[in-house]
Ligand binder design. Structure first.
Ligand code: ATP
Ligand code: MG
Length: 872
């Protein structure tokens, strides 16, 4: 069965059991402080499990893109070395939110695997949680009994807490699970070793394919468990592993999910998969990583230097390293695989197809820059090797190469090994640990339990309509971090505060108690659909009705920038073309930033047109037309554009100003005229094919013009109120450069005269032409004079002193012949004479200079210079 059909069968099966098929959520999480990437099927549904949002149906099914490269789930180092872990993979899931539970989940799982897919029962094992005495969690008897009805008892195995108990984090919903394992070894192998003994033992042909989680408990901050009132089902089956079983192969990489990419790698790199283990690992790494990188770029996450972007950059670099080292690819080539990837997966994931060009460009650019790093690193490493005094290279040096220059450690040790040297690995790890500790202690944070003041409170956001409201605190908790100290998060029954999201900053403001005490709201954020407000101190009466007020000035400026962002987006698509897509935006009160796809620099004329376009719409006084809770499809039909990498619900909010229509949760002005004016401040590149515009509106434009016109008038005054200041400035510049030339010529002339005068002052001592003299020249002038004068003399010994800006300067010139015949050294002379001017210096045996901070000592130094000649 083809992989496409395997995926479709899964979804169809659960549809037939009353589930709604939903698309994969974007893999890159934008507003979750606890997680960078979706790492399991349940991540996008967290808020449903926590009861903070209502799912569209109590039964859902999907195939979710997952990435396991950081945090709790990190399989990166396995990938390539084994045949069944990927960075990016699809997790097939069926979900029950307080609907069916163990009985149905177990029965349907078995029906699908054995009847629909027709997998032989004799290659399957199931596991059940055995219980944990230490924390008193009982065995999952219930699951065991359901399994017993359909599976032979000798194929049901008991599993421990590590494998068979699932937790969302330190706190929150959790429960026992049952896993399905397959044994796809040959009959011969099976006869030798009992499959049972290989389950959960990392055997490449006895692997877990499906995990059924029975969420029945809630873990509290103190570690204790309580029963959940509503129990849930969360299942996850590895799609690529299922394909391996269904297609009768021994490795995920031999399924049709990977073979087309592998064939392409073989063709481009002129290698063959399956001949040499090192090459095979490299090919698996590359075929896996290109998927992860391409999907995340499609989801809007470009490689970068921080956060999620850095993780993506590291994945790509890992692929480049393997292709550089084991496939001998010294030129970018991974980007060339995007074509086949988009052809094969573009049906199921249209974002790949739509953004193919961008993905290729970004990957190619990254490859080029990392290949340059590798080149530079090789040079640096060779330097280290050349200067090595022992056969062990210091771990700190290797860490510096790794940390500062991005040169991979495994490549360092490989190269060292080839040269018969060794890396001090312990030293490297120690340096690494030290750095980790430094960054960890800065971000450490502890979160307390919620204190619930009002049970089951549903929160309402009223901030689109009002900036003030009477509110009650429904719950709060304490958060302590090294960086910010103790803070509290407050949740209200309703709130006018906009929480950070959709690129827009969170509102600030205050809450006022009935006794008049005021507590400042420092920021507003959202986690799992709950809006919380950050305060330094709790209000004195937590049960009070509080007057909540948003900082209106800030909010209005932010709204103004948000509306301008929409108009800018419209302008860009109108003026640059339809290929422009939003790639990120930041809406603050003081400025806005908008990143978009476009392949060349935006010219000054285009920027002017864009600015004019937006300002025309501001002058056009377009009113805000807002539609809340309209069906997604209706908004799309009306012309709204959905962005890749954004997660939308079934109903959306559409914001329209004239012909600009966007799906947006942010705050906006009532009329575009409130923006007052729009001004672009800069246009730049952020990555290959991605440009950035920074702009300001409203008060910020007013300040900008006020500042600039003040500068203009001051400048004009300095230019004697010239009618045409620019022309006057140009004249000044011209005049300045011609004066410079004149000065240079005069100085040359002066030096020539000086040379003539000084020649007459030269003393001949024992056949040495000696002169020690104070002159009014700078260092360069002294050098010129020394060489010009010295060049005309035999056996010259010239010492000059000069005072420049309160500092002393000494020089010594000795003809080369004299250096040799009399064993004289100008460097030594200036070092010794330098003492008179409280300074030091050096240079070559025939010319050296010294600087010092005591100009009064120059005379003495010149006096002393004679001794060298007299005693020579
Ligand atoms: P394993 O022990 O094999 O790493 P897991 O216990 O981490 O698996 P779960 O977190 O239970 O796996 O995820 C559910 C399913 O997702 C697994 O049964 C497996 O089929 C699949 N899966 C997990 N990690 C990966 C991965 N890195 N690549 C491909 N599939 C995976
Ligand atoms: Mg795992």
């Amino acid at each position: 069965m083809k992989s496409q059909d395997i995926r479709a069968k899964y979804l169809e099966f659960f549809k037939s059991k009353g589930h709604t098929i939903v698309p994969s959520a974007p893999m890159v999480l934008k507003n979750d402080p606890t997680l960078m990437f979706v790492n399991s099927g349940m991540a996008p549904f967290k808020e449903y499990f926590l009861g903070q949002a209502k799912p569209p149906n109590t039964r859902l099914t999907d195939s979710q893109k997952c990435l396991r490269v950081s945090g709790k789930h990190n399989d990166l180092e396995e990938v390539g070395y084994d045949t069944y872990h990927h960075t990016l993979f699809e997790m097939l899931g069926n979900w029950s939110f307080g609907d069916y539970f163990k009985k149905e989940a177990i029965a349907w799982c078995w029906e699908l695997l054995t009847e629909v897919y027709g997998i032989d029962k004799d290659i399957l094992y199931v596991t059940v949680f055995e219980g944990d005495e230490a924390d008193g969690t009982p065995m999952d008897q219930e699951a065991y009994d359901f399994w017993k009805e359909i599976v032979a008892e000798d194929r049901i195995l008991m599993g421990n807490k590590k494998d068979n108990f699932w937790e969302m984090g330190d706190q929150g919903p959790c429960g026992p699970c049952s896993e399905i394992h397959v044994d796809i070894r040959s009959a011969e192998e099976k006869a030798k070793v009992d499959g049972k003994s290989l389950v959960n033992e990392d055997h490449p042909q006895v692997v877990e394919i499906w995990n059924l989680v029975f969420m029945q408990y809630n873990r509290k901050a103190n570690g204790s468990l309580e029963m959940l009132p509503n129990k849930h089902i969360d299942t996850g089956m590895g799609f690529e592993r299922l394909c391996m079983v269904m297609q009768g192969v021994q490795s995920n990489y031999d399924t049709d999910v990977f073979t087309p990419i592998i064939r392409e790698i073989e063709t481009i790199s002129k290698t063959e998969y399956g001949k040499d283990e090192k090459v095979d690992i490299a090919i698996r790494v590359i075929s896996d990583h290109v998927r992860a990188v391409a999907f995340s770029i499609a989801d809007g996450q470009l490689p970068s230097n921080t956060g999620a972007g850095y993780v993506i950059r590291r994945i790509l670099r890992r692929a480049v390293r393997y292709s550089f080292t084991f496939l001998d690819q010294k030129e970018p080539f991974i980007y060339r695989l995007v074509n086949i990837l988009s052809t094969k997966m573009g049906e199921a994931f249209p974002e790949l197809k739509a953004q193919k060009q961008l993905i290729q460009n970004v990957i190619k650019e990254e490859e080029m820059s990392f290949l340059r790093t590798l080149d530079q690193g090789l040079v640096l490493l060779n330097g280290v090797i050349d200067h090595a005094s022992t056969s062990v290279i210091s771990g700190e040096k290797a860490f510096e190469l790794y940390d500062t220059y991005g040169f991979p450690i495994d490549l360092t040790s490989l190269i060292l090994r080839e040269k018969g040297l060794e890396l001090d690995e312990a030293g490297f790890h120690a340096a690494m640990e030290k750095q980790k500790l430094r960054s960890r202690s800065a971000s450490e944070m502890s979160t307390g339990d919620w204190t619930i003041l009002i049970e089951d409170a549903i929160q309402e956001f009223v901030g689109y309509d009002t900036l003030e409201a009477p509110v009650k605190i429904t719950r709060y908790r304490k958060v302590v971090s090294k960086k910010e100290g103790t803070m509290y998060q407050l949740v209200f029954n309703l709130t006018p505060f906009y929480p950070e999201g959709g690129g827009q900053v969170g509102d600030k403001g205050y809450i006022e108690s009935s006794n008049g005490n005021v507590t400042y709201i420092l920021d507003t954020k959202k986690e799992n659909n709950v809006v919380y407000h950050l305060v330094k101190e709790l209000p004195d009466d937590l049960n009070d009705i509080l007057k909540a007020g948003v900082d209106a000035t800030q909010r209005n400026r932010t709204s103004s920038n948000h509306t301008a962002t929409h108009l800018l987006h419209q302008a860009l698509r109108e003026i640059l073309g339809e290929h422009v897509e939003q790639k990120g935006s930041a809406v603050h009160s003081k400025h806005l930033r908008f990143d978009f796809s476009h392949f060349s620099k935006v010219t000054n004329d285009q920027l002017q047109d864009i600015e004019d376009f937006v300002n025309a719409r501001i002058e056009g006084k377009l009113p805000l037309q807002e539609q809340r809770n309209i069906p997604m499809q209706k908004a799309i039909d009306e012309g709204a554009m959905a962005l890749f990498g954004e997660k939308y619900g079934d109903t959306v909010r559409a914001i329209r100003f004239g012909k600009s229509i966007e799906l947006c949760g942010g705050t906006h002005v009532q009329n575009t005229s409130d923006i007052w004016h729009f001004k672009i401040k800069s246009e730049s590149a952020v990555a290959s094919g991605i440009r950035r515009i920074e702009a300001i509106t409203n008060d910020a434009v007013r300040d900008f013009y006020t500042d600039n016109s003040r500068i203009y008038f001051e400048m004009k005054e300095l230019l004697n109120n010239a009618q045409e200041p620019i022309k006057a400035l140009q004249n000044l510049q011209d005049e300045n450069s011609s004066l410079k030339k004149q000065v240079e010529a005069l100085l040359k002339e002066k030096a020539k005269n000086l040379k003539g005068e000084l020649k007459n002052e030269i003393e001949s001592i024992d056949n040495i032409q000696f002169l020690a003299k104070k002159v009014e020249l700078d260092a360069a002038g002294i050098k010129d004079l020394s060489f010009e004068l010295g060049g005309t003399l035999d056996n010259a010994f010239l010492v000059f002193g000069s005072e420049q800006d309160g500092k002393a300067l000494l020089s010594c010139y000795i003809s080369k012949g004299l250096v040799e015949s009399h064993k004289l050294n100008a460097g030594q002379v200036v070092r010794e004479l330098g003492k008179y001017i409280q300074g030091g210096g050096g240079g070559q045996p025939f010319f050296a200079t010294a600087g010092g901070k005591k100009p009064e000592g120059i005379a003495e130094a010149l006096e002393a210079a004679k001794n060298y000649v007299v005693n020579a």
